[in-house]
Design a protein around this ligand. Structure first.
Ligand SMILES: Cc1ncc(COP(=O)(O)O)c(C=O)c1O
Length: 331
C-alpha cells in the first residue's frame, strides 16, 4: 500500500479492464483516471512543472497559466496547491462545470473564453488570451502543454513502460490525440523499445490534428482546432476518426457494464473497435487502449439524456442490441 506526501506521487499504473466479454475483442483498457487529479493529465502537469523548476523559469512569485479543456487545469491546480504557486486556467464553454468548480476549490482562477476565433476555434481563442496576459505581465509562466516536450516525456517515462511491462507481447496500442502528449510519449517509446507494436491514434471527427476538415465538437479532451505542435506523424502508424455520436453510444454501453468512463475513453474504445473490425476481423490480437479519465465529470453532458438528445438526436440514445454488432464494425 503506497504512503505518500504529495498528491502527484500516486498514479495507478497497473489497472487494465479487459473488454473481451463486452465487445468480443481482447482490448485491455489502461485506466489513467485513478489519481488525485482524476485524469492522465496529472503526469504531464507534474512533469512540466518540475522541468520549469529545474530550469529556473518557475519561481516563488510566478503565476502559472495554461489553456486547458479541463483536465490539465485540474491537474495543475493540484500541483500548484501543493507547491504554493498561483494558477490561472483558461477554459471554454465545453469545459464541464464540475471541472471548473474543482479547479476553483483547489485555489485556481478560471478565465472563461466564450467566442471562438475564425480560423482557430475555441483553442485559438484560448491561446490568444494566454498570450495577451503573458505579454502584459512577466510574472505569468505559460507551460504550454501543446508544445512542451515535458508533456510527452511524462508518458515516455511512465505510461508506455507500464504497458510494455504488463504486455510484453503487445501488438496494438490505441491512444487518443488531444495535445498528442500521451500519443507521442507512447509512440516514441515503442518505436525505440518495441517497434513491432502498431500505434494507432484516435481522433474525433471535426479535429484538424491529422489534416481533417474543422467541424463542431462538443466534448472536451480529444481533437484540436489547431494542429498540435508536439505531433510528429512519423511515429504514428495509423489514425482512426470517431464521430461524437459514437463516443456517446460507447460511453453508454460501457456504463451498462458498470464502467462509467469519460468521453475520450468512449472515443478511444469506439475507434479501437472500428479499427480492429476493419483491419483484424476475427483475429485474436493483444491490444491496449488508454482511458484518460472516468465519467463522473460528464454527468451533465454525456450521461444527461436531454443534453445528448438536443445535440446528437434521439439516435444517440439507442444502444446496439448485441455487443457483437459493435465488434463487427456496424456503427
Ligand atoms: C479527458 C481527456 N482525454 C484525452 C486527453 C488528451 O491527452 P493528450 O493531451 O495527452 O493528447 C485529454 C487531455 O487534456 C483529456 O483531458
Amino acid at each position: 500500500m503506497p504512503i505518500i506526501r504529495t498528491p502527484q506521487e500516486f498514479n495507478e499504473e497497473d489497472l487494465f479492464v479487459d473488454l473481451r466479454e463486452m465487445y468480443g475483442y481482447p482490448i485491455y483498457l489502461k485506466c489513467e483516471g485513478f489519481n488525485f487529479a482524476g485524469s492522465v493529465k496529472l503526469k504531464a502537469a507534474a512533469s512540466m512543472v518540475e522541468a520549469a523548476e529545474r530550469s529556473g523559469l518557475l519561481h516563488r512569485d510566478s503565476i502559472l497559466i495554461e489553456s486547458s479543456s479541463g483536465n490539465l487545469g485540474m491537474a495543475l491546480s493540484v500541483i500548484a496547491a501543493v507547491k504554493g504557486y498561483r494558477f490561472v486556467c483558461v477554459v471554454d464553454p465545453r469545459t464541464n462545470l464540475s471541472t471548473r468548480q474543482l479547479i476553483e476549490s483547489l485555489g485556481g482562477e478560471v478565465h472563461m473564453i466564450t467566442e471562438p476565433t475564425g480560423g482557430g476555434g475555441f483553442l485559438g481563442a484560448r491561446l490568444d488570451h494566454v498570450r495577451s496576459l503573458c505579454d502584459a505581465d512577466p510574472r505569468y509562466l505559460w507551460l504550454n502543454q501543446h508544445a512542451n516536450p515535458n508533456n510527452w516525456r511524462a508518458h515516455y517515462r511512465t505510461t508506455a513502460p507500464a504497458i510494455d511491462h504488463r504486455f510484453p507481447q503487445l501488438e496494438l496500442l490505441f491512444v487518443g490525440a488531444g495535445t498528442t502528449g500521451t500519443l507521442m510519449g507512447c509512440a516514441r517509446y515503442f518505436k525505440e523499445h518495441n517497434p513491432g507494436v502498431t500505434v494507432v491514434a484516435v481522433d474525433s471527427v471535426g479535429s484538424v490534428t491529422f489534416g481533417g476538415e474543422p467541424g463542431l465538437r462538443m466534448l472536451p479532451g480529444l481533437g484540436a482546432g489547431v494542429r498540435p505542435a508536439l505531433l510528429d506523424e512519423d511515429y504514428v502508424d495509423d489514425v482512426v476518426h470517431v464521430p461524437e455520436i459514437d463516443t456517446i453510444r460507447t460511453c453508454h454501453t460501457l456504463a451498462r457494464g458498470g464502467f462509467l468512463f469519460g468521453g475520450s475513453t468512449g472515443t478511444v474504445v469506439s475507434g479501437a473497435l472500428k479499427w480492429l473490425a476493419r483491419n483484424r476481423p476475427g483475429q485474436d490480437v493483444t491490444a491496449v487502449a488508454i482511458s484518460p479519465d472516468q465519467g463522473d465529470r460528464y454527468l451533465d453532458t454525456i450521461y444527461q439524456t436531454n443534453w445528448v438528445r438536443d445535440i446528437y438526436g434521439l439516435d444517440a440514445l439507442e444502444l446496439p442490441a448485441e455487443p457483437d454488432a459493435v465488434a463487427s464494425g456496424v456503427h
